[in-house]
Write a protein that binds this ligand. Structure first.
Ligand code: NAP
Length: 282
């Protein structure tokens, strides 16, 4: 039997609808309009598209969005000064610096400059530390979207064996911690893992975040597993996941498509974090 498709687009639309209501309530109660300010350095076409998508998504739900464009050659000091200014700006509840930054700028120094109370991307070391020790704070957007999608299956995460392929700071590591918090038994795999197929095919929940297009076929899958495909690679102009969807769909119990799975959830979780920041601002 074919797997149930986890429709990230439909789930994201539903969450955005409920965010609109939250924003209206916040406005009616406290007169606050949530505000997200994005800093974009340079003219990288992919980054420009991401920033435009974020702007559009903000507008649709009623978040005030501002984009600060800076030259490719901007000095690190000027960029940091702008962040310090935004840290004090009452209309900015969330600050996001679009990555990657030009090579003359120290990415860590820039992220560290953001006030953790406005760190809606969830990349500041204080935010990461809170996630690690289980204190409340912002959860990074893609992992938060992944957990939401897994919960949408209606299956209990507690006690399940979750295997994550990938150990990046933005996906693999945080999603592992979040699954642990949900009481899954967690295994993290990476490029040096031996017997990847053996490990993956024992997973009740398999999260694939490798950036290797169509690497994972049905031999890596346990019958009935929940499979979350985070990968997005452009191959001949088409967006491909890390999973061979057409094969895996016949073995998994649930699967996310690419596009239309994790992707739409990431921006939605950014909107959610921005609304959370606005609620916590007073
Ligand atoms: P990344 O930083 O490049 O990390 C990739 C991870 O996969 C690394 O830990 C790497 O292992 C591991 N890996 C690579 N090849 C492997 C192999 N053959 N066997 C086992 N492990 C392997 O990537 P990322 O930033 O986490 O992103 C992963 C994918 O998700 C990319 O396609 C990215 O575009 C996509 N993504 C999508 C969204 C979204 O919103 N849809 C958001 C973020 C990322 P090592 O650590 O040993 O090198």
């Amino acid at each position: 039997m074919a797997a149930n498709i986890i429709d990230g687009k439909a789930i994201a639309d539903r969450i955005r609808q409920s965010l609109k209501d939250d924003i209206q309530r916040l406005n009616a109660k406290k007169g606050i309009v949530p505000g997200l300010t994005v800093i974009l350095v340079g003219k990288d076409p992919a980054s420009q598209v991401y920033v435009r998508n974020k702007e559009r998504a903000c507008m649709e739900v009623g978040i005030r969005s501002k984009v600060i464009y800076m030259d490719q050659g901007v000095s690190q000091d000027d960029l940091l000064q702008e962040i310090y200014r935004l840290n004090q700006d009452k209309e900015t509840h969330g600050i996001l610096v679009q990555l990657p930054l030009p090579s003359h700028i120290d990415e860590a120094a820039v992220i560290n400059a953001i006030d953790p109370r406005k760190d809606v991307d969830g990349f500041h070391p204080i935010t990461v530390g809170k996630l690690f020790v289980g204190e409340s704070g912002f959860e990074p957007c893609t992992p938060k979207g992944i957990i939401t999608l897994i919960k949408e299956t209606g299956q209990d995460i507690s006690g399940k064996h979750a295997v994550i392929i990938g150990r990046s700071n933005i996906v693999g590591k945080p999603v592992s911690i979040m699954l642990l918090k949900e009481n899954a038994t967690v295994t993290i795999c990476h490029s040096k893992t031996s017997n990847l197929k053996d490990v993956a095919s024992r997973a009740d929940i398999l999260v694939v975040a490798m950036g290797q297009p169509e690497f994972i076929d049905d031999e890596y899958i346990k019958e009935g597993a929940i499979v979350i495909d985070v990968g997005t690679s452009r191959v001949d102009g088409k967006l491909k996941g890390d999973v061979v969807f057409d094969k895996v769909v016949h073995k998994a119990g649930w699967i996310t498509p690419v596009p239309g799975g994790v992707g739409p959830m990431t921006i939605t979780m950014l909107l959610k974090n921005t609304v959370q920041a606005a609620y916590q601002s007073e």
